[in-house]
Design a protein around this ligand. Structure first.
Ligand code: FAD
Length: 488
């Protein structure tokens, strides 16, 4: 490495990762403020271990990078350099190529990302390269929130209380100008990365459902505040109402920051009176769960693969490939579960309440290891996020921190009747049941023959019979749990 540390006017690399935006991007803002020529870089990592990008996330990333490329060019005349491989070798290569003397980036919190960044930072600093890292992804970084004894939190409510006692985080606007590096730089063509599915192109449902990129994220936030925030607290559990923010993939890829979300929602609450304030507080506490999951992952880095509660290690799972396949395909015979799994397959997203029901069904009714479901979600969710996904699965399994107790087993019929009372959600995603009256929409097997006939439905042909009986499965799950407790 030849760049001298004193070269304070030498070019500077902004290494984009999960911060694919211009606004409230402190690394980009610091680069602009330095006045140095800026090089914008994104690296598609080839060696990413167990948690390589899933298929739906790859689709999203392609579009998000295309949008970021266009925005950087339009706003600053800046090229986004795309390179593929190992950042530990690609970064020094680009530094040499451009005589750059500094790299700025936004911190990540996944264990593999932390160890990669730590190694790279040390190597660059040894070579007298200036490295600056920033917080772009969280309201409160995991090491800043501490219990009174100085430890980390394992329960959400006191964690969030401690967060709320800190000063509210404020977002920054995008820099108005910056000095782009003007040398010619080789860049991969985005299309050459093959992030989009081709044979077959299964992404039609994703295209219809989402607008990846910073502008899409900003519009989504505004639409949520205008149309749905006022009914969030009561409506968030109703998949038929579809009134949650659907910001999760935008937040995951950093197309919008939690600070921006926090600030906009707080402003709406301040202007909107008590009704909005109560809904805003509920919504922000869900952003709090995102923070909590990252806190847990940071302090318990094996969260994605290891039971948080080690007494679950002896759980008697009952592996069954046919049952897993039925669950993945949305053909378990339980309409609310199948609707959720089909929504996931079609759009890359599933409503939170239904994620809980579908996950619970896999774990407790089918006795499949939660890691099997976690892996499927990882591949199919556009918002697949290591912390939130592992946190969600362990919460449902009962093996996690502050988790639902294992013995609380969701009844998929009652959950459907309560949270999709008219059956609209099921009719949308399981159209073969569309003609069933509300009374049977969540339990078609209970419908009399005449009702089935009138609905044009033959069970076992048009729609499956239940893959397991609810009462029998519930008893088996409780027995498995009891066996675990006796072993402990
Ligand atoms: P909103 O209700 O509008 O919430 C706003 C934001 O808060 C979300 O975008 C998300 O960033 C955060 N949030 C909300 N609920 C949670 C939660 N329970 N845990 C953590 N953060 C939350 N979320 C992911 O982002 N990625 C995942 O891979 C993921 N996997 C999950 C797996 C399971 C089994 C379960 C039960 C939940 C999972 N979640 C995951 C959490 C939650 O389901 C989604 O964040 C939420 O459904 C996203 O929709 P939304 O943006 O409309 O949420």
């Amino acid at each position: 490495m030849t760049s001298p540390v004193s070269a304070s006017s030498s070019p500077l690399i902004v290494w984009f990762r999960q911060d694919l935006r211009l606004n409230d991007n402190p690394a980009l803002a610091a680069a602009a403020a330095s006045g140095r020529p800026v090089i914008a870089l994104y690296i598609l990592e080839t060696a990413t271990g167990d948690w390589a990008l899933g298929s739906a996330a790859r689709w999203w990333l392609h579009h998000s990078l295309a949008k970021l490329t266009a925005a950087l060019r339009k706003q600053y005349g800046l090229q986004l350099v795309l390179r593929r491989g190992n950042p530990a070798t690609l970064l020094p290569a680009l530094l040499r190529e451009t005589d750059a003397g500094a790299v700025y980036w936004s911190r990540v919190y996944e264990p593999a990302g932390i160890s990669r960044d730590t190694t790279i930072k040390a190597a660059l600093q040894t070579s007298s390269i200036e490295v600056e890292t920033h917080n772009a992804a969280l309201l409160f970084e995991p090491w800043t929130v501490k219990t009174q004894a100085g430890g980390w939190f394992k329960v959400f409510t006191p964690f969030w209380r401690a967060c709320l006692a800190q000063p509210s985080p404020a977002p920054q606007r995008a820099p108005k100008t910056l000095t782009p590096y003007t040398g010619a730089l080789d860049s991969d063509a985005l299309d050459s990365w093959g992030l989009l599915p081709t044979r077959p192109d299964w992404a039609g449902g994703l295209r219809d459902s989402w607008t990846p990129g910073e502008a899409g994220a900003t519009e989504r936030l505004q639409a949520f505040i205008d149309k749905d925030l006022y009914r969030y607290a009561d409506g968030r559990d109703r998949p038929d109402l579809n009134c949650t923010s659907r910001l999760s993939p935008h937040l995951h890829f950093g197309e919008i920051s939690p600070r921006q979300v926090w600030h906009a929602v707080q402003m709406a609450a301040d202007q909107g009176g008590a009704g909005i304030a109560q809904n805003a507080a509920k919504f922000l506490s869900e952003i709090g769960w995102r923070e909590f999951c990252h806190h847990l992952l940071f302090h318990f880095p094996t969260l994605p693969q290891q039971n948080f509660r080690s007494d679950f290690d002896a759980f008697p799972w009952n592996p069954n490939a046919d049952h897993v396949k039925a669950w993945q395909a949305g053909s378990t015979g339980y309409p609310i579960v199948d609707a959720g799994m089909r929504q996931l397959w079609h759009t890359g997203w599933m409503h939170n309440r239904v994620r809980m029901i579908a996950a619970s069904f896999l774990i407790k009714h089918l006795l499949q290891d939660w890691r099997v479901g976690e892996a499927w979600f990882w591949d199919t969710l556009v918002d697949a996020n290591l912390a939130n996904n592992a946190g969600g699965w362990q919460w449902v399994a009962g093996s996690g921190a502050d988790a639902a107790p294992y013995f609380r087993i969701f009844n998929p019929i009652m959950q459907g009747e309560k949270f999709d009372p008219e059956g609209d959600y099921v009719r949308r995603w399981v159209p073969e049941l569309a003609q069933l009256p509300n009374k049977y929409i969540h339990k078609p097997w209970a419908a009399p023959d005449g009702v089935l006939k009138q609905a044009g439905l033959v069970l076992g042909r048009d729609y499956p019979l239940p893959v397991v009986d609810h009462d029998t499965a519930r008893k088996a799950a409780l027995a498995a749990f009891a066996a675990l407790r006796n072993d402990a």
